[in-house]
Design a binder for this molecule. Structure first.
Ligand code: NAD
Ligand code: ZN
Ligand code: ZN
Length: 351
């Protein structure tokens, strides 16, 4: 088969790789019909994730068709169309049973981490992929759900919902600010309405993304490069701040913005992956009764989100900005990496 192989920082190639084989009876082999690129893949390519070793096939999002099943697999069959979750879970360890498969204790990849595709085992940016613990790691696709919708349920939609909206404890009537209007922030905006937020304020430095946010469910949009942006946000509240501030960038400045915008008694939900140390100004925050949450997506809400997609209540196919075929995957990376110029949001790569 052909696959996108990592060859150390700055180097990748679409090249021949051995076909994946079933190694455990709970595995299946999936023919990848559509995959996509995540900001995390760009971090890996920069060398920011040293656990990814040379020769690793990248990618942790995919939609495909089962072509082979292991002996122990009973509820999936050859020919099933499936979503490949970014989180692989054994289903039986204590974390899986607590609905936190992000920390699955099985030692496939490594014990304690459910994100292993394109990280610690070969991933989905390939013609075929081996999926461990397939019955827990795949979701069968109902008829009528397109690959383009389904691919958003592998990672970005559950991330925005679980780590942003649900950790942020959004409740009916809340005013929610989402800092960062990339795919993950937009996914939080798209799903904040599920819990009845009255106002969803998108905040970003990129005018294109600020403009786009309203299509994804934001009621208001602010460019924090503009003078007076903070007063503009506070004016959208009763003056005391937002109920929930969701950080979806991953740099110290935006975490501080979230803590400054939140009202006393509110919640800061950090979604961004931070590569540098962030100062926590507890001296200001304790007296505000602020709760701060963090997390790695577990993708346990994918079945619920899939039901809403199949009912037409969520339309995540709107994230797709550019479409490529597998032999154009290197162009897909270039387009995605230059989002400010290309206005890319999610790029799909299909067979
Ligand atoms: N917690 C998890 O499980 C999890 C899962 C997936 C992704 N993430 C993280 O979520 C974050 C967002 O992911 P994404 O794919 O949407 O990223 P992205 O890079 O596509 O989007 C980030 C957005 O932030 C904006 N931005 C940058 N600096 C800013 C600033 N100072 N003020 C305001 N806006 C600013 C950019 O213009 C961009 O629109 C990343 O840190 C990613 O690693 C976390
Ligand atoms: Zn991802
Ligand atoms: Zn487990």
């Amino acid at each position: 088969m052909k696959a996108l192989v990592y060859h150390g920082p700055g180097h990748k190639e679409w090249e021949h790789a051995p076909d994946p084989k079933i190694t455990d009876p709970t595995d299946v082999i999936v023919q990848v019909d559509t995959t996509t690129i995540c900001g995390t893949d760009l971090h890996i390519l920069k060398g920011d994730v040293p656990a990814v070793t040379q020769g690793r096939i990248l990618g942790h999002e995919g939609v495909g068709t089962i072509i082979e099943t292991g002996e122990a697999v009973t509820n999936l069959a050859v020919g099933n169309r499936v979503i490949i979750s970014c989180i692989t879970s054994c289903g039986s360890c204590s974390y899986c049973r607590q609905q936190l498969p992000a920390h699955c204790l099985n030692d496939e990849g490594t014990s304690g981490l459910g994100w292993i595709f394109g990280h610690l085992i070969d991933g989905t940016q390939a013609e075929y992929v081996r999926v461990p613990f397939a019955e827990n790691s795949l979701h069968k696709l109902p008829e009528g759900v397109s690959d383009e919708s389904a691919i958003m349920l592998c990672d970005i939609l559950p991330t925005g919902f679980e780590i942003g909206v649900r950790n942020g404890r959004v409740k009916p009537g809340d005013v929610v600010a989402v800092i960062g209007a990339g795919p993950v922030g937009l996914a939080a905006m798209m799903t904040a309405g599920l819990y009845g937020a009255s106002r969803i304020i998108a905040i970003d430095l990129d005018d294109n993304r600020v403009d786009q946010a309203k299509v994804f469910g934001a009621t208001d949009a602010v460019n924090n490069g503009d003078a007076g942006w903070k007063d503009a946000v506070l004016a959208m509240t009763d003056g005391l701040g937002v109920d929930v501030a969701i950080e979806a960038v991953g740099v110290p400045a935006t975490f501080h913005m979230a803590t400054e915008l939140v009202r006393p008694g509110g919640t800061v939900a950090n979604v961004g992956v931070h590569g540098a140390s962030v100062e926590l100004r507890l001296q200001d925050l304790w007296i505000k009764d602020v709760a701060i949450t963090t997390g790695l997506v577990s993708a346990t809400t994918t079945p619920m989100l899939l039901r809403l997609v199949s009912q037409g209540k969520l339309t995540p196919e709107m994230f797709v900005s550019h479409r490529f075929t597998f032999d154009g995957i290197l162009d897909a990376y270039d387009t995605f990496a230059q989002a400010a110029q290309t206005k890319a949001l999610k790029v799909t790569i299909s067979r």
